[in-house]
Each structure stands twice: as C-alpha cells, then as structure tokens.
Design a protein around this ligand. Sequence first.
Ligand SMILES: NC(=O)c1ccc[n+]([C@@H]2O[C@H](COP(=O)([O-])OP(=O)(O)OC[C@H]3O[C@@H](n4cnc5c(N)ncnc54)[C@H](OP(=O)(O)O)[C@@H]3O)[C@@H](O)[C@H]2O)c1
Length: 201
Amino acid sequence: MIISIISAVAKNKVIGSKNGLPWHLPADFKYFKEKTLGKTIILGLNTFKSIGEKPLPNRKHIILCDKLDYKVPEPNGGSGSYFLAKSIDKALEIAKKLSEQENTLIDSTDSLQSGLGQKQKQEQEIFICGGAFVYKQFLPLANRLYLTYIHQDFEGDVLFPDFDLSEWKEVSREDHQPDALDEFGQVKNKYAYSFVVLERK
Ligand SMILES: NC(=O)c1ccc[n+]([C@@H]2O[C@H](COP(=O)([O-])OP(=O)(O)OC[C@H]3O[C@@H](n4cnc5c(N)ncnc54)[C@H](OP(=O)(O)O)[C@@H]3O)[C@@H](O)[C@H]2O)c1
C-alpha cells in the first residue's frame, strides 16, 4: 500500500486558517479531485468539519477522532463512505482491509473477463488529506508527497510540518502562473503555484 500525503502549502508553510483554507485556488481543488477520486482518504476530524462534515463523492473516508460514536449522514442515505479510527494504526488497518476488498473485487472481475481488457491489480494508494496534526503523524510513514506550492505567504494558524527535503526526490513538477483576467473581468486562479510530487529516496 502506498501512503501518499496531499496538501497545498503556502511559501511560509501555512496550510490553514480558522479551520478553513486561507486561499481560493480552483485549480488545486481540481487536482485534489483528480488524484483522490475512487481512493481511500484519511483525514482528521477538524479537516472533515472544515469541508462541511459531508463525505466527498466517490471516496472512502477514514476520519481520525477520539469519539467513535461520531455520526454524519451518508450521501444518498447509503453506508460505507466513512469509517472512524482512534489511532493512525487503526486507520491503516481499515485502509488495508479496504484495499484487500478492492483487490478481491478486481480478482472476481478478472475471472469473469478473459484475455484483453483485464483490469490490472495495482498496489493501492491511500491519501492523507490533513490537517496539520494528521500530516505530522503520517509524515514518517509516507512514501509520496503531492504538494501544491502556492508561491506567496498567507496568514494562518496551522503549518505543514517540517521535513528533510534531502530524504525526498522530486519526480514531477508543473509550474503555473496566475490566470489572466477572463471575459467577466475575474481571475480564477490568482496565485502562482506548482504541483510537485516527491518520492521518498
Ligand atoms: N492546505 C491543505 O491542503 C489542507 C488540507 C487539510 C486541512 N487543511 C487545514 O488544516 C486545518 C485543520 O488541521 P488541524 O491540525 O487543526 O486538524 P486535523 O488534523 O484535521 O484534525 C485534528 C483532530 O483529528 C483527531 N485526530 C487526529 N489524529 C488523531 C489520532 N491519532 N487519534 C485520534 N484522533 C485523532 C483529533 O480530533 P478529536 O480529538 O476532536 O477527536 C484531532 O483534534 C484547517 O485549517 C484545514 O483547512 C489544509
């Protein structure tokens, strides 16, 4: 199982303010969605609250919290879109089970199909989606970091934890300038930013 951290980080390492994001960067929402769709995500209770206490569509959520009787309505009255864990070990145990279930599903799909078109059984990737407290606990265990560097300082009250860049190699980088004014005189993505992927050496 690949453990990936995904976070948007300002130049001064700020990642949040008053339990929200200090910026509006639609390109990063889109990137986050592309990377995490269909995956298991692990997040802290504060972060889950910051997104309106609603599971995001098509992702399984493991929410770290102390109260295991915490309940929120599931989308369309369903079940199984979120799980609660009281420790990072428990969160990883749940993630492993979900990943085994996914592989069993792929196996049974494969046995129904023959030859071409078989879905490849892959090592499952789980995403650690914050916030600061959760990043800090998972950083020593992470294999990959998806960091959106936003190239300016922001005021905030939570920071991405310090890490030793020399332990990581950059495997991809996409640099973006702020958008130009659109036809309505608006700027969609106001800041320069880079999508950077790092893998542990
Ligand atoms: N820039 C980004 O990409 C990004 C991404 C995510 C979040 N954020 C920001 O980060 C901020 C939230 O971060 P945060 O550090 O305050 O909170 P957090 O990490 O989201 O959640 C912390 C809470 O999660 C629970 N928790 C975490 N680890 C646990 C463990 N091992 N065992 C049991 N419970 C555990 C505890 O809840 P209880 O003790 O209450 O049960 C803890 O108080 C917000 O501003 C948010 O917008 C930014």
